[in-house]
Design a protein around this ligand. Structure first.
Ligand SMILES: Nc1ncnc2c1ncn2[C@@H]1O[C@H](COP(=O)(O)OP(=O)(O)OP(=O)(O)O)[C@@H](O)[C@H]1O
Length: 422
């Protein structure tokens, strides 16, 4: 009997000890889970939702006000989940935790990739731009902001936060950045063919064909259309010019340099004039009010550069105004290097669009969406015409081969009818 009691007491103590140990383990796991998330959740109170549109796909970024805080991406999760390229993915996860959602690099990373800053591509108003080869072999362009340039530093922050949420095939993508002590750099996708300005005005470059020029015009208009109508809130570029249009190896154009971009302020006014001489909307100079229509004006200037290959600093607008006096006056200022290869109807249509963009009253200028549609129509009409020509050509060659085979048949029949001569 005593033995039986001892067994019952033993089992009870064992069960109680088991329950106690299990509870301690469960509590321990809960405590660990809770505390492992603490560093991220400290920012949650300050998060604000910033919606973005990405080539039509919806996504939203919850980002904190400060650049140094972390970013959480909702919606398509495109930016968070898709590694930008193999080189970035080889780096530690810490480099992805910035407000922009872009990888952040150390000075040493960039120093190595640019062979100690010896691979200079050119010099912009913010500082030099270097070609960099990443360990994966991928080419990028690194824009080093002059450390004494206060304006450049401000533009840097604007550009990082803006570009991190703007993605379009006709915009030059920002793929990383560097903030290391006083150093600030922007890492861009590399654009093999350089700037439109260089392609139009450098005598050593092969002249762009008319077809290429129309495609470039269309690409630029699509890039601007995304900024004006696709980005939420809308973005005005503010410094559109041929040196800010870069081309990739397939001669597709992308809009670059958002250093002067600002998010649109409704009915807002800006103090200092920004932009580049020759491209600035005259109405902006007199009213100090910059709108999407001011970008449309600058785009009109670029369209005339494509048609004439005359730089705005070489009296382009004087030529354009003189030519505008007669309906086909544009024929007189067309780039001589494409004479004989272009279609005059297409040139006149593009010039008509450019004139509309340059209308002195901003509200009478078309929207960039309307401009894109009009340029697209020029291309489509050409494609239909080429199709018709090749169809006619096909008919002709078919007819020729039909005649040839008929002749062959006739010859054969003739030889049969003649029969062997006796
Ligand atoms: N992503 C890139 N790929 C290839 N070359 C580039 C890239 N970005 C800039 N460059 C080249 O580097 C040079 C300097 O460019 P940057 O944008 O700094 O100045 P800019 O546009 O010429 O002048 P500004 O600063 O006044 O706009 C130019 O020759 C440009 O073609």
């Amino acid at each position: 009997m005593v033995h039986k009691d001892l067994v019952i007491i033993g089992i009870s103590v064992g069960v109680a000890a088991g329950v106690l140990i299990t509870s301690i383990i469960v509590l321990g796991i809960c405590w660990y889970k809770k505390h492992a998330h603490l560093p991220r959740s400290t920012n949650e109170g300050s998060l604000a939702t910033l919606p973005i549109r990405e080539n039509g796909l919806g996504a939203s970024i919850e980002m904190s006000a400060s650049l140094s805080n972390s970013v959480i991406i909702k919606g398509s999760d495109y930016l968070a989940k898709k590694p930008r390229n193999s080189w970035w993915s080889n780096h530690s996860k810490d480099q992805f935790t910035s407000a922009s959602g872009l990888p952040r690099y150390s000075y040493k990373d960039i120093q190595k990739a640019t062979q100690n800053f010896t691979t200079i591509l050119g010099q912009g108003s913010f500082g030099p731009v270097y070609k960099a080869v990443m360990p994966s072999g991928e080419l990028v362009a690194v824009k080093v902001l002059a450390s004494n340039s206060k304006q450049g530093e401000k533009e840097f922050h604007t550009e990082v936060t803006l570009l991190a949420r703007l993605h379009h095939r006709n915009l030059v993508n920002l793929v990383g950045y560097c903030v290391d002590k006083e150093q600030r750099m922007l890492v861009y996708e590399f654009m093999t063919k350089g700037s439109l300005e260089n392609l139009l005005y450098n005598e050593e470059e092969e002249a762009l064909s008319w077809e290429e020029r129309v495609q470039i015009a269309l690409d630029i208009s699509h890039g601007i259309e995304y900024l004006h109508d696709g980005a939420v809130p809308p973005v005005i570029h503010r410094d559109l010019k041929s040196s800010n249009i870069l081309l990739d190896r397939s001669m597709r154009a992308k809009v670059a340099d958002f250093g002067l971009s600002k998010e649109e302020v409704f009915n807002g006014r800006n103090s200092g004039l920004k932009g580049t001489y020759g491209y600035i909307d005259p109405m902006y100079i007199s009213t100090n009010e910059f709108t999407t229509k001011s970008d449309v004006y600058s785009f009109g200037v670029i369209l005339f550069e494509l048609i004439t290959a005359i730089h705005p600093h070489q009296n382009l607008m004087e030529y354009v105004n003189l030519a505008g006096m007669s309906p086909d006056g544009v024929d007189e200022i067309i780039d001589t290097r494409i004479i004989g290869t272009f279609n005059p109807v297409e040139v006149r249509s593009l010039a008509k669009i450019a004139h509309k963009c340059l209308h002195k009253t901003p509200r009478k200028r078309p929207s960039i969406g309307e401009v894109s549609q009009a340029i697209l129509r020029i291309k489509q009409i050409r494609l239909v015409r080429e199709d018709a020509q090749s169809f006619a050509g096909e008919d002709f060659s078919r007819a020729i081969s039909r005649i040839e085979s008929q002749q062959l048949e006739l010859k054969k029949m003739a030889s049969i009818n003649e029969g062997p001569r006796q």
